[in-house]
Design a protein around this ligand. Structure first.
Ligand SMILES: [Fe+2]
Ligand SMILES: [Fe+2]
Length: 421
């Protein structure tokens, strides 16, 4: 099995470009999403950078122990430590989710955005801030002598974390007060940590906002005929399961999950009279219905974003069948991009196992049997097997993204709907 680098063939591309008129003009919206991309393990990358900063600070000041905390929703969360079996902070209490509670020392540093440099936490000098003094006198902390903590400051001047070092050591390895230059070093490194954290937070926020837009667009298309957003949630997660069980890279797995919700975005361009028509479609109507693939691809085309390029492939090819009897082109086997083959299995599996106002749901086992039965004709056998290998994950997804009951109530037309996935 290959990766997702299979690009749409020129034949497919020309189909997308010549899609029938009527697709809503969403190009501006799509263009506004910029270079929407999968961020590769952003948490790992961030924590590696913060580890390096903390290690640098500890080495420069000969600190025995160090911790770096990030403030998340008013909670200080320790994200990095150095020096082995470090206590959570100077007070050696276990971490807590309670806002600011686990150590008043850190709370003081973050709250006042000021550096705290204590020569001996068990023998405080006059001038120690009251809050800190009250807290440190309240318990014995025999393992720690000196403490240096600096706020990590974000772009607006607010604390986004704390860098804390404990027990500077002299050449005799005995704890000593932090040397005077230490404050300068720690301020500089905390500043660097602030830039790294703010960058990561901004990138995460931007990505979240972009995916929110993509997801809402997908929902707009989905609501037209199924009344439930849960279908795209499940379908996208099932696609992810298939990608994982095909052994694709973490990036491609994420790409498959993010791109697949857009598979039916072209339905935005299908008139209600056809999309919601009870009963059988005429040949002409069916022809228009099938164009939701090319219209979707047209809506999503021309973007620099890897996610939207992948979405374009999914939209265009999710109704192709490996025996060449699908639409819009009739591609066969591996002529169909892998994304399209994975999405076809996930989409059909969810359609079979979901209740709609015109049909009852079949069990997950029955759904799997349907996919298995059509492997080699409709579905790529490897994708079908990958779904089967991930069946335990599939069951969890099904429970997690269940349809809300009210979404399943019969609607006013209460008739048969064409099942197009
Ligand atoms: Fe579709
Ligand atoms: Fe679908």
């Amino acid at each position: 099995m290959t990766d997702l680098s299979i690009l749409a063939s020129p034949r497919e591309a020309s189909i997308a470009a010549s899609a029938p008129p009527g697709a809503p003009d969403l190009r501006q919206l799509i263009a506004g999403l910029g270079s929407l991309d999968v961020v590769e393990t952003p948490a790992d990358e961030l924590s590696a950078q913060l580890d390096e900063i903390l290690r640098g600070a500890a080495a420069a000041t000969s600190a025995r122990l160090g911790s770096l905390y990030v403030i998340e929703q008013d909670v200080l969360r320790r994200v990095s430590t150095t020096g082995g079996n470090a206590p959570a902070c100077a007070c050696d209490r276990p971490e807590s989710d309670e806002p600011w509670a686990h150590c008043e020392v850190l709370a003081h540093v973050a709250g006042t955005c000021s550096v705290l440099n204590l020569d001996d936490v068990g023998n405080l000098l006059p001038g120690t801030p009251d809050r800190v003094a009250r807290f440190l006198r309240g318990f014995q902390c025999p393992r720690v002598v000196s403490l240096l903590a600096a706020p990590i400051v974000g772009p607006q001047g607010e604390a986004v974390g704390v860098l804390e070092l404990l027990d500077s050591r002299g050449v005799d390895e005995q704890p000593r007060p932090f040397p005077p230059f230490s404050e300068v070093v720690v301020r500089a490194l905390a500043g660097q940590a602030g830039t790294v954290i703010s960058h990561a937070q901004l990138a995460a926020k931007l990505q979240e906002a972009q995916f929110e837009t993509v997801f809402r667009l997908s929902m707009a298309a989905e609501y037209r005929d199924t009344d439930t957003a849960a279908h795209i949630q499940r379908m996208s997660r099932y696609t992810e399961v298939i990608a994982q069980n095909l052994g694709l890279s973490a990036r491609d797995v994420q790409l498959a999950r993010l791109a697949s919700p857009m598979h039916d975005v072209g339905k935005l361009g299908i008139p209600d009279a056809i999309l919601l028509k009870p009963g059988k479609l005429t040949e002409e109507e069916w022809h228009i219905m099938k164009s939701h693939t090319t219209m979707g691809a047209r809506i999503l085309s021309g973007s620099d974003s890897p996610v939207l390029q992948a979405s374009e492939q999914v939209a265009l090819t999710h109704h192709e069948k490996v025996d060449g009897t699908g639409y819009p082109v009739g591609l066969r086997g591996e002529e169909i991009p892998l994304l399209g083959r994975m999405a076809a299995v996930a989409d059909a599996f969810d359609a079979v196992t979901s209740r709609r106002c015109y049909k009852e749901a079949r069990s997950l086992e029955e759904g799997l049997a349907v996919i298995r039965g059509d492997a080699g004709s409709h579905f790529d056998p490897e994708c079908a097997e990958a779904l089967e290998r991930g069946f335990e994950q599939v069951k969890r997804i099904y429970e997690l993204f269940a349809d809300p009951e009210e979404a399943l109530a019969p609607r006013s037309f209460n008739g048969l709907l064409p099942l197009v996935g």
